[in-house]
Design a protein around this ligand. Structure first.
Ligand code: TYD
Length: 138
């Protein structure tokens, strides 16, 4: 369980060729990645998410734009704004998330520890709170 903010190593290229960001198992994240997905073409003001996962671990980052994450776990609610390619958040199991697009066309990228499985989702908020209570000591 839990939420971890990490700094993705980001290095400038010489001669105005931009910058590059990278992370890898084991130095930066403590799980192997089986799936990558990204969300594009979203208008400012849209809010997605409204779910938690039972087992899945994910790293979320925003290489372009500005996205506000509202995250709730057993320790309470926190808001994190992904507004730089070097910022990322690792979500361990059982974090209720909402992602709000602050800028149109911001790109949300997610690298996940497992393949897609609808049975790993908790999509009902009351069920999430119940699941949190039942797994409090995990
Ligand atoms: P969902 O995770 O609910 O999106 P969000 O929380 O960002 O609103 O996924 C939306 C739909 O896409 C859902 O019906 C399942 C499907 N989906 C896949 O088939 N594979 C995937 O890897 C993901 C992330 C979603």
């Amino acid at each position: 369980m839990g939420i971890r903010l990490i700094n993705i190593k980001t290095i400038p290229a010489s001669k105005n060729l931009g910058q590059m960001s990278f992370f890898e198992f084991q130095d930066d994240i403590d799980f192997l990645i089986k799936r990558i997905y990204y969300i594009t073409n979203v208008q400012a003001g849209c809010v997605r998410g409204f779910h938690a996962h039972k087992e899945l671990k994910q790293i979320l980052f925003c290489p372009y734009g500005n996205i506000e994450l509202t995250l709730e776990d057993q320790d309470g609610i926190q808001t994190i704004v992904l507004d730089d390619p070097s910022k990322a958040v690792v979500l361990y199991p059982c974090v209720w998330r909402k992602m709000k697009w602050l800028v149109s066309d911001s790109v949300l990228c997610v690298a996940a520890s497992d393949c897609y499985s609808e049975s790993d989702y908790i999509r009902n908020y009351d069920n999430f709170l119940k699941y949190l209570r039942e797994h409090d000591e995990d």
